[in-house]
Design a protein around this ligand. Structure first.
Ligand code: PLP
Length: 399
């Protein structure tokens, strides 16, 4: 039995997406910029896909820029605005590194969050005011729609109101990579000028994503060359990838209303099973007051007295694929900047476990995880507990 509970890292590719891609890998290999029949077939597929991806993003087809994934979309949004307009970037302390790193690299600033990973709007306003006063005004503000580690959904309409008031010339970007499968982006990210998504987080293939560029946001390209994507992102289109992303997006648009409550119920059962069934397991967002809006798909717990990496190893051996949420390219787990920003004590953060569910997670997967994880936690605690000293020999005790 396998319980794949790492959808936030990458979702299983939808069979429909694979089927949709195959003709463009096998027969329709034309370059969409050409004029002959094969090129025209490829272009038609890209154009049709653009319409579906625009519907997912809640923008018009002409506002979609296809990219190589979420990282490139985030970089194009932040660096593209800075290159076009100057100024400085601002983000939150809980962004994915695809946002955090370009913001820090370009002299930007990360705004504090509260214990639920929700951005502190007062702190955001103060940072924007201070930048304005100091002569380094913010030209792009990036606030993720949903956090990839703990699943908190940010109040983006409130964020937009603060940005419009305290940095009226700044573009608002949101990284909706984790949210796209679960949130109607036309509504929840409707106030953002720039919205990033990545296909492999919602059932599409890896290596393809998109940035919505709404209205007339000034954006310099990061890749120069053939002038594809209206000059905003040069490079021959990944036709099969774009078609696969659109096939997955079509499924999301059709199924989301049913999937959100279904997956949330599984997540709640998983979380309750761990918290109620094992001592010293804390649901990371449980004590947040007020409780934040959450993705239905992420169960994040902190487990006392164990180390995440050892638990992931034991869980994997017994067929449970999970994550400690924060990992670097080497595969080693690094300390979570998200939990640190939320103020989670190091003693708990070192036992962090993210179980992320998705389109094909079922009751059997939850049952299997609940059958495996409590035993693995107990075993680790026994191993990590200090040895009990042996009693003195009884024969020498005077009576
Ligand atoms: N942003 C968030 C919130 C993510 O979770 C990820 C991937 O984990 C990315 C960006 C990067 O996306 P990609 O893997 O498509 O580069």
């Amino acid at each position: 039995m396998e319980a794949y509970l790492d959808h936030a890292a990458s979702t299983p590719t939808r069979p429909e997406a694979i089927e949709a891609m195959l003709p463009f890998l096998r027969d329709q290999w034309g370059n969409p910029t050409g004029v002959h029949a094969r090129a025209r077939a490829a272009r038609k597929a890209v154009d049709e896909s653009r319409e579906v991806v625009a519907a997912l993003l809640g923008c018009s087809p002409g506002e979609v820029v296809f990219t190589s994934g979420g990282t490139e979309a985030d970089d194009l949004a932040i660096s593209g605005v800075l290159d076009a307009r100057g100024g400085t970037p601002v983000c939150t302390a809980v962004e994915h590194h695809a946002v955090l790193d370009p913001v820090q690299w370009r002299g930007g600033e990360a705004v504090a969050v509260d214990g639920s990973a929700t951005v502190d709007l007062v702190a955001l306003a103060a940072v924007l005011d201070e930048r304005q006063r100091a002569g380094f005004p913010a030209s792009v503000v990036s606030v993720m729609l949903a956090n990839n580690e703990v699943g908190t959904i940010q109040p983006l309409a409130d964020v937009a109101a603060v940005v419009r008031r305290h940095a009226p010339d700044a573009a608002l970007h949101t990284d909706a990579v984790q949210a796209a499968a679960w949130c109607n982006l036309g509504v929840t990210a409707g106030e953002a000028d720039l919205v990033s998504i990545s296909a492999h987080k919602f059932g599409g293939p890896k290596g393809v994503g998109a940035l919505a560029v709404r209205g007339d946001v000034a954006l310099s390209p990061r890749l120069l060359g053939g002038g594809q994507e209206r000059g905003r992102r040069s490079g021959t289109h990944n036709v099969a990838g774009i078609v696969g992303m659109a096939a997955a997006a079509r499924l999301i648009l059709g199924e989301r209303d049913e999937q959100v409550p279904r997956v949330a119920a599984l997540r709640d059962r998983l979380e309750a099973g761990l918290v109620d069934g094992v001592d010293g397991v804390v649901a990371t967002l449980a004590s947040a007051d007020p409780a934040p809006l959450r993705l239905p798909s992420i169960c994040h717990v902190c487990i006392e007295g164990i180390d995440s990496e050892s638990l992931l190893f034991l869980a994997d051996r017994d067929g449970v694929a999970a994550s400690a949420a924060s990992s670097c390219a080497s595969g080693a787990t690094e300390a979570s900047h998200v939990l640190a920003a939320m103020g989670v004590p190091a003693r708990l953060a070192s036992g962090a476990l993210r179980l992320s569910l998705g389109w094909n997670t079922d009751d059997a997967a939850v049952d299997h995880a609940l059958a495996v994880l409590p035993g693995a936690i107990e075993r680790l605690r026994r191993l990590e507990a200090p040895p009990v000293p042996s009693p003195p020999p009884t024969s020498e005790v005077a009576t």
